[in-house]
Ligand binder design. Structure first.
Ligand SMILES: C[C@](O)(C(=O)O)[C@H](CC(=O)O)C(=O)O
Ligand SMILES: [Mg+2]
Length: 314
């Protein structure tokens, strides 16, 4: 080491400086705050850093994105270890709380219990468990099915019992709207609250009126899923706030944005033989280095940092 790093410079460089327990408290405080908590999906730890930098309240880790990233469809093929590992890497990269998609809990109630323990160990702030049958599928596709209320209550009960940090948020998702209708979905949500759910994920509601009806019927924090090209209208943060929702996820949005740009960019390189016309669409090296806090690592060891914007070719 060529220089002595101060504690403040080193803080958060190798893992977040906020403890898992403090992040869980922050998540709960956000849900109680009366302000809509906005949690974009991070397809990587780097994206989680950008989400924090732009000023969102939390980070979401999507099962659909995690599967797609592995080149797989979202049909329950991913494992608990893959989700805990990737979710943990993302949670570690940010000071914000991170909620992770735990699908159906990866099996029977005992597996749902083990899922909660593993996700707590990985430093996540909460997870959602859904009432779909195994194998599950994307909640905005037709042909999905749900387990009985009793089976989901057992799944949730096991998850709640396994929790060691009482601030770890257990979110129950009901997929029933698209199968049994809104009233049945609301009844299920009430049963899930009685089973110990802290937050209800109201999947695939159609329009603002349905979100409002859900809000009026259920007395715990509610989460809206603003995924694109699905069954729900894309409501604004203001609209969701106006009907009293507490949290919103944009689960696949950053992946769709990035993949759209990569698709266009690869086509241009293929047709033009160069990427030079694409530079304005790219994140600049200096912005990447800012997000990664390159300069602070350099202060830790001044042999590391050799980049200045002045010296860059573009
Ligand atoms: C929220 C979700 O569970 C996810 O895995 O991100 C998906 C999102 C999507 O496929 O658009 C879902 O709604 O089922
Ligand atoms: Mg999912």
């Amino acid at each position: 080491m060529t220089s002595t790093a101060s504690t403040s410079t080193v803080s958060g460089l190798f893992s977040s400086s906020t403890t898992a327990s403090a992040k869980r408290q922050a998540l709960r405080a956000g849900l109680d705050s009366g302000t809509l908590q906005r949690w974009p999906g991070a397809f990587s730890p780097l994206v989680a850093k950008l989400i924090a930098d732009i000023g969102f309240e939390g980070v979401y880790v999507s099962g659909a994105v995690l599967s797609a990233d592995l080149g797989l469809p979202d049909i329950g093929l991913t494992t608990l270890s893959e989700v805990a590992d990737r979710g943990g890497s993302i949670a570690r990269a940010t000071e914000l709380p991170t909620l992770v998609d735990a699908d159906t809990g990866f099996g029977e109630p005992m597996s749902a219990a083990r899922t909660v323990a593993a996700l707590e160990d990985a430093g996540l702030s909460g997870c959602h468990l859904e009432d779909q049958v195994n194998p599950k599928r994307c909640g905005h596709l037709d042909g999905k099915d749900v387990v009985s209320v009793g089976d989901m209550v057992k799944r949730l009960g096991a998850a709640v019992a396994a929790r060691r940090d009482s601030d770890f948020v257990i979110c129950a998702r009901t997929d029933a709207r698209a199968i049994e209708g809104l009233d049945a979905a609301i009844d299920r949500a009430k049963a899930y609250v009685d089973a110990g759910a802290d937050l209800i994920f109201t999947e695939a509601l159609r329009d603002l009126g349905e979100f409002e009806r859900f809000r009026n019927a259920v007395d715990v924090p509610l989460l809206a899923n603003m995924t694109e090209f699905g069954k729900s209208d894309l409501l604004t943060a203001e609209q969701l706030t106006s009907v009293g929702y507490n949290a919103v996820i944009y689960p696949v949005t950053t992946l769709r944005l990035a993949m759209g740009a990569v698709d266009r960019g690869l086509r241009e390189i293929s047709s033009q033989g160069t990427q030079s016309g694409l530079l304005d669409d790219m994140q600049h090296r200096s912005r990447l280095y800012e997000l990664l806090r390159y300069a602070d690592y350099n202060e830790f060891d001044s042999d590391l940092f050799d980049f200045t914007i002045e010296g860059a070719s573009q």
